[in-house]
Design a protein around this ligand. Structure first.
Ligand code: FES
Length: 158
């Protein structure tokens, strides 16, 4: 396995050292690593496993169980499309199919130009304006396929 870049290694080791004595430390550590470096790279697994006295398989198992964690850095922007009930009742499924086709990726994928990572989310608290989506924390409601294309083309330029 490739070794971790020294700076990343230092960051991960520092986070492990700071959080390892918390109860249930693995999840807070994985969140902290992803917040700090944009993902949990496979090379970080041994550092985390050693720090917590866990096997690499145990750490890897948790990373792959939670889709929230990424092993590679995301695209420049992250699109979250709501899949929960209120949005589904307002045409979310058609919008989802359109979005996958327009972006050319499935959920958890990153577009080949590196502009977008596409993620599902289960309620954005914007049910009154379903169907809803979010780009880098900016919320959009009543999203139609045409509006989706507009939003994406605006963000593509950023
Ligand atoms: S169900 Fe989609 S925002 Fe609540």
């Amino acid at each position: 396995m490739a070794s971790l870049d020294p700076k990343l290694n230092e960051t991960v080791a520092e986070l492990v050292g700071r959080l390892k004595d918390k109860p249930g430390a693995l999840l807070p550590i994985l969140h902290a690593v992803q917040d700090a470096v944009g993902c949990v790279p496979p090379e970080a697994v041994p550092v985390i496993a050693d720090g917590l006295n866990l096997s690499r398989a145990e750490v890897h198992g948790v990373i792959s169980f939670y889709h929230y964690f990424r092993e590679r850095p995301p695209g420049r922007h992250v699109i979250h499309l709501c899949r929960a009930e209120a949005c589904q009742s307002m045409g979310q499924r058609g919008l989802e199919a359109h979005a996958k086709q327009a972006l050319g990726v499935d959920f958890h994928g990153t577009t080949p130009n590196g502009a977008f990572t596409f993620e599902p989310v289960y309620c954005l608290g914007n049910c009154a304006c379903s169907p809803a989506m979010m780009v880098d924390g900016e919320l959009y409601g009543r999203v139609t396929p045409a509006r989706f294309d507009d939003i994406v083309s605006q963000w593509e330029k950023r």
